[in-house]
Design a protein. Structure first.
Length: 108
């Protein structure tokens, strides 16, 4: 069985960037770590390997942001707001910011 490790994946992933016309960077609206990784990990990597390629920023799991049951099951969770997503879009220079839910098919 051949299993690729995280280190190997980190090394191979940039090979798939060549020739990209646009990058879609997605983060979870109910995960601060996911949101913060856009700026800490993904933007530096994309700027290094594919400078100048446009980015579309997407906040996912929109349905969970105001789901009372989900929020009750995750005490202390502070969802990412639309304003914070827009601010991140400006900060990274993304062309667009979209919020969506695959569960409800809602797109904003």
């Amino acid at each position: 069985m051949n299993v690729i490790g995280q280190e190997d994946y980190n090394r191979l992933r940039p090979l798939s960037y060549r020739g990209a016309d646009v990058f879609v960077l997605a983060f979870s609206l109910v995960s601060r770590a996911s949101y913060e990784n856009v700026l800490k990990k993904w933007i530096p990597e994309l700027q290094h390997y594919s400078p100048g390629v446009p980015v579309v920023l997407v906040g996912t799991k929109l349905d969970l942001r105001e789901d009372k049951h989900y929020l009750a099951d995750h005490p202390g969770l502070v969802p990412v707001t639309t304003a914070q997503g827009e601010e991140l879009r400006k900060q990274i220079g993304a062309a667009y910011y979209i919020e969506c839910s695959s569960k409800t098919q809602q797109v904003c």
